[in-house]
Design a protein around this ligand. Sequence first.
Ligand code: COA
Length: 183
Amino acid sequence: MKIFRILKSLISIKKTITFKVVEAIPHELPFIVFKNITNHNLEDVEDFRDTQYMSTFRKFLENNDRKGLYGYYKGRCVVHGWVVYNTTFKTKKVCGYFQLPPKSCFIHFCNVTEYMRGKGIYKALLYQIYNRLCKGYNIYIDTGKNNISALKAIKASGAKRIFQHITVNIRSHCIISFKKKYE
Ligand SMILES: CC(C)(COP(=O)(O)OP(=O)(O)OC[C@H]1O[C@@H](n2cnc3c(N)ncnc32)[C@H](O)[C@@H]1OP(=O)(O)O)[C@@H](O)C(=O)NCCC(=O)NCCS
């Protein structure tokens, strides 16, 4: 029984919806200033997230396969988002589970500070990411099946859902995954 309980606590099932961008729909917010994430402004994420994110983001920059944007409201960082690229000719596994086709990029690790949610900032971030970081790539993005606000914003940004992805994970390692395609 104890072994069963331990196993249960280690195993998680994640259901996500994957989208592909078909047309970037403009969402401009003049009160948010977007900037590329670099070693100079990396620490600004501390305006709304724990210090651990700074070291994660530092690794992203060091690995050199990602780019990210911060958005600022009245000088404070209130939103971040990242893109990982596949510049090879083969499918590449990114973020531990996503099979990214060649010449494509995958948007991930997006977050809007709580007090600024519901003002269209995520949609504005996506528009900036599509235009500034994803030119020339097929663009993929996913989110949790129950993440209503993200699902709405991603759809409104000009992306179409392509499949549902179910992954069975031990800790954060995906051991089995299933895909259900949408028509
Ligand atoms: C998901 C998240 C990024 C959305 O940010 P946001 O700036 O609030 O999103 P937006 O304001 O651009 O759009 C949210 C949409 O969902 C709607 N919405 C917000 N909360 C809602 C709710 N509880 N029920 C239904 N709709 C909701 C908004 O009205 C808006 O809809 P619209 O496009 O028709 O105007 C933000 O909530 C967040 O950081 N969550 C935690 C991290 C996370 O889930 N990241 C995953 C992103 S893939």
